[in-house]
Design a protein around this ligand. Structure first.
Ligand SMILES: *Cc1c(COP(=O)(O)O)cnc(C)c1O
Length: 376
């Protein structure tokens, strides 16, 4: 069976070289060769994401949520609280993580299709003197929405609070770059914009972030950022890492850099977004988020009236494309198309054609009848 084209927001499609890197061979993580690999990745991540001068990487074995959990619990000292921007599933998850660890949460709420306003965050910081950190999602993958993280960073920078940014679906592929965010603890993952495999995630810590992580109480054994950092600085790891997934991340970082790094990849993602959105427009599909706030890597669309997600998904799956449902309260009436991972523009153009034919076939008869020529 040929593999379908993945248009889901991670795990994203990978190159043949990344897939083959899994076969580099068995390796003990307590030997010098792993220390070398660890150092290559810990150096490579901040270089690739253009924060080598300001941030230090910590590698974690686990999906992106492991990095998010490690970041939140490491950003808040004992007896203090956290301001969390919540305008989607992932902001909501950051709040849930804090609550699960008994950290008082002050939520800044916004509609799921609209960015938070930096003034809302400034107000929350004024109102909650206990706030030791602000946590915000850069790209809310729920709706393909960008939050104004750089503006939030500019106002958090002058306070005692640390800025935690869940950039898991943004690193390497969305604007602005990590360097512009003034973030103290950035969360990322191997298998979205970096085109690695699922199983490894990471933090990028500024000096303020590193100091804070050292001051925060040990709330978890597995995800304590300060302890991971101390071990990894010595070429060591606390627990058994996903060695082969590290091979893949190493290879993916090499490709990222060889192809021209962040400026080239982000421009490529913008070309992808323009291509599919032009197609969606021609097909009469409405994008949930206003143009000024759209991420490049995910487009959330309203389902046409009278059409359910499942038959559309199944029709596209039969043609070799995996799309993704909406989440939470949006799950009934939306679909998502991610243009993440190894993808050719020609593949996306072919997808738009197939989508058009599928919609013509599936839309209620009254509508499909208007366009009989596109029926197969
Ligand atoms: C994918 C994603 C995560 C983490 O999801 P995992 O399934 O744990 O990898 C967290 N935040 C955002 C914004 C994401 O897009």
């Amino acid at each position: 069976m040929t593999r379908p084209v993945l248009l889901n927001p991670g795990p994203a499609g990978t190159s043949v070289a990344v897939q083959h890197s899994l076969l580099r061979g068995d390796m003990c993580h307590r030997e010098p060769e792993f220390a070398e690999l660890l150092e290559a990745i810990r150096g490579g991540l901040p270089r690739a994401l253009e924060v080598a001068a300001s941030h230090e990487a910590v590698l974690l074995t686990g999906s992106g949520t492991a990095a998010a959990e490690s970041a939140v619990v490491s950003a808040v000292r004992a007896g203090r609280g956290i301001v969390v921007v919540n305008n989607g599933v992932y902001g909501d998850r950051l709040a849930g993580i804090a609550r699960a660890h008994g950290i008082p949460v002050h939520e800044v709420l916004q509609d799921w299709t609209r960015p938070v306003h930096p003034d809302q965050v400034a107000r929350a910081l004024r109102e909650h003197a206990d706030a030791d950190a602000v946590a915000c999602v850069h790209h809310e993958t729920t709706t393909g929405l960008l939050n104004p993280v750089a503006e939030i960073g500019a106002l958090v920078r002058d306070t005692e609070a640390c800025l935690v940014v869940d950039a898991i679906s943004a690193t390497g592929i969305e604007r602005p770059s990590v360097a512009a965010l003034h973030a103290d603890i950035v969360c990322g993952t191997a298998n979205k914009g970096l085109h690695g495999l699922p199983g490894m995630s990471f933090l990028l810590l500024s000096e303020k972030g590193r100091t804070r992580a050292a001051e925060a109480p040990v709330r978890t054994v597995y995800l304590n950022a300060a302890r991971h950092l101390a071990a990894q600085r010595n070429g060591d790891v606390l627990f058994t890492p996903a060695v082969q997934i590290c091979y893949a991340l190493d290879e993916a970082l090499r490709e990222f850099t060889d192809r021209g790094g962040y400026p080239v990849r982000v421009a490529e993602y913008e070309r992808r977004a323009a291509l599919v959105r032009d197609g969606f427009d021609r097909l009469g599909l409405d994008i949930l988020v206003a143009p000024a706030h759209r991420a490049a890597s995910v487009t959330a669309l309203a389902l046409p009236d009278g059409l359910d997600y499942a038959p559309l998904h199944d029709a596209l799956r039969a043609e070799g494309y995996v799309i993704y449902p909406g989440q939470g309260p949006l799950s009934d009436r939306t679909l998502r198309v991610a243009t993440m991972g190894e993808l050719e523009l020609s593949t996306l153009a072919a997808f738009v054609d197939v989508l058009g034919r599928s919609l013509a076939r599936l839309r209620p008869a009254r509508r499909a009848g208007r366009n009989p020529s596109t029926r197969p």
